[in-house]
Each structure stands twice: as structure tokens, then as C-alpha cells.
Write a protein that binds this ligand. Structure first.
Ligand code: NAD
Length: 267
């Protein structure tokens, strides 16, 4: 159902973003990926996304470092040329974590986390939303976190950035709610708020809980703290929800922050 549509997924050289890029490609979209990595990692990510299209190709990597607003602006200009005016689907997924008590948090980490996890979404949305409005169809899917809904200690900039992303998304949802129609699909802006998802991002937190035991012990301890299902979410399970939000039938799901957290925020 996304044939003829284009999508940008930030931070899609790894983890949840890569899974979303593949799922959007499988649904028919031409996908722009973004994110850091070696030449080999980036080539592998492009090949994986291309393979999801059934080999029709067309996937491109845009290398902007999302800490740099000027680089994001240049990327969005290049993307407009690549996508005939602008992307139809924008997934702000890139994110980093650093878990230490507030008074030990390096100022550079605060700045980087706020820039990547929050400000980059403002810069991409500012560029992408007007074209979506003109076309009557557009989807912004922001990958926030349960930490956009509740806090945990040792995550000051991460929690601040994710609460900010949820707020930013609600404002954009309201500003664009009346654009388009049921038939065209309208413009929606939503957050997905995952609990623990098995990706490289959470490895340091698993390791911190191994206490000399196995990785499995670390995973079990992490889940026992907060996620009542005691199951990790897989990146492709987040991707399935992101793809659903892009469907025409989802035209009235907007301004939502949807937890995928095994009951974490029900407590
Ligand atoms: P990941 O580390 O596997 O992927 C992060 C991606 O962001 C990578 O592609 C990386 O290259 C990119 N990135 C990092 N810094 C960048 C920069 N300066 N410029 C451009 N790209 C940059 O992590 P993940 O777990 O897949 O995380 C994806 C998103 O999901 C993040 O926003 C994260 O906060 C969120 N999230 C993850 C979990 C989890 O348990 N894994 C839970 C809730 C929310």
C-alpha cells in the first residue's frame, strides 16, 4: 500500500530503525536510510532494505550527523530532490542513551542526547510537514520510549528528550489534524513508546546487571525491574506498528503516544 511513496527513517543503520526501514520497503515504499556506521555496515543496511523490496533497489543512505542542524537541513534538501518534493513518511528513530546519575552526567552527553533524540525531529518535521499537507497524506512516526511517559533514575537527558518528543509530536498533530481527508489519509503525527527492545542500545544496561553471570541473567534482571510481561520486544514488532500507522485507515490516530511495553506504564 506504500507503492509510489517515499520514506525517511533516521538512525536506520541498526536496531529498530533498520527493522522499520525494511518493513516500509516491504510495504512498497522507497526508503532513505540514515545513521552512523562503517562503509561495510552502511552497505549491509542498504542491501537488507533493498532485499525487503524484493530486489527492486532504490534505497539510499543519507549520512547527516543529526547533532548538526545544518547537516539535517542539507539532508532534507537532498531528500526533496530524491523524493520529488519531499517524503511521505518520516520516521524519527535515531537515539542514544547514557545512564549515570544526574550530577555525573557529562554536559556533552546532555547536549548530544537532546540534539539527536529531540531537536533532530523538530528539524526534519519542519522541512517535511508542509509538503505532506499539500499532498493530503503524510505520516510522522516518532520513536519515543516509555521514558516519554514515565521516568527512571540515571537517565536525565534521555527522559527529558523523550518527554519533549512526545510533546513536540502532539503539537504537530494538532497543527496538521485538519489537513487532507479520509480518502487521502490525512496527516498524522504519533509516537511509539517502547519498553525494552532487543537492540545494541541496551547492551550496556544488560551488562550492568550480569553481575558475573550470563547475558541471559542480565536480560532477566532488566525485565524483572520494569516490564511485567518479562518478554523483550523485537525490533520487527515495533516496525509492524509503524507500518500500521502509515495505513489510510489510521487517519484518525494522531497525537497519540502508543506504549509497546509489556505493561510497564500500566503499573
Ligand atoms: P541502536 O543503537 O540499535 O540504533 C540507533 C541508531 O541511531 C543507529 O542507526 C545509529 O547510527 C543512529 N545514530 C546515533 N547517533 C546518530 C547521529 N549523531 N546521527 C545520525 N544517526 C545517529 O538503537 P535502537 O535501540 O534501535 O534505538 C532506536 C530508537 O528507539 C532510539 O530513539 C531509542 O531511544 C528508542 N528506544 C529503544 C529502546 C530499546 O529498548 N532498545 C526502548 C525505547 C526506545
Amino acid at each position: 500500500f506504500l507503492h509510489g511513496r517515499t520514506a525517511l527513517v533516521t538512525g536506520s543503520t541498526s536496531g529498530i530503525g533498520l527493522a522499520i526501514a525494511k518493513a516500509l520497503a516491504a510495504a512498497g515504499a522507497r526508503v532513505a536510510i540514515n545513521g552512523l556506521g562503517t562503509d561495510e555496515q552502511i552497505a549491509a543496511a542498504i542491501a537488507e532494505v533493498d532485499a525487503a523490496t524484493g530486489g527492486s533497489g532504490g534505497t539510499r543512505h543519507f549520512g547527516a550527523d543529526l547533532r548538526d542542524p545544518a547537516a539535517i537541513e542539507a539532508m532534507m534538501r537532498d531528500l526533496a530532490a530524491w523524493s520529488d518534493g519531499g517524503v511521505d513518511v518520516l520516521v524519527n528513530n535515531a537515539g542514544i542513551q547514557h545512564a549515570v546519575p544526574l550530577h555525573e552526567m557529562p554536559v556533552s552527553k546532555w547536549n548530544d542526547i537532546l540534539a539527536i533524540n529531540l531537536s533532530s525531529a523538530f528539524h526534519t518535521m519542519r522541512a517535511a510537514l508542509p509538503t505532506m499537507a499539500a499532498r493530503g497524506y503524510g505520516r510522522v512516526v516518532n520513536i519515543a520510549s516509555v521514558h516519554g511517559l514515565v521516568a527512571s533514575k540515571d537517565k536525565a537527558p534521555y527522559v527529558a528528550s523523550k518527554f519533549g518528543l512526545v510533546g513536540l509530536s502532539k503539537v504537530a498533530a494538532l497543527e496538521y489534524a485538519a489537513q487532507g481527508s479520509r480518502e487521502s489519509g490525512g496527516i498524522t503525527v504519533n509516537c511509539i513508546c517502547p519498553g525494552w527492545v532487543e537492540t545494541p542500545l541496551i547492551e550496556p544496561q544488560i551488562e550492568a546487571r550480569m553481575h558475573g553471570g550470563s547475558r541471559e541473567d542480565g536480560v532477566r534482571a532488566l525485565l524483572a525491574e520494569k516490564q511485567p510481561s518479562l518478554r523483550m520486544t523485537l525490533p520487527e514488532e515495533i516496525a509492524a506498528l509503524a507500518v500500521f500507522l502509515c495505513r489510510r485507515e489510521a487517519h484518525n490516530i494522531t497525537g497519540a503516544a502508543l506504549p509497546v511495553d509489556g505493561g510497564w506504564t500500566a503499573q
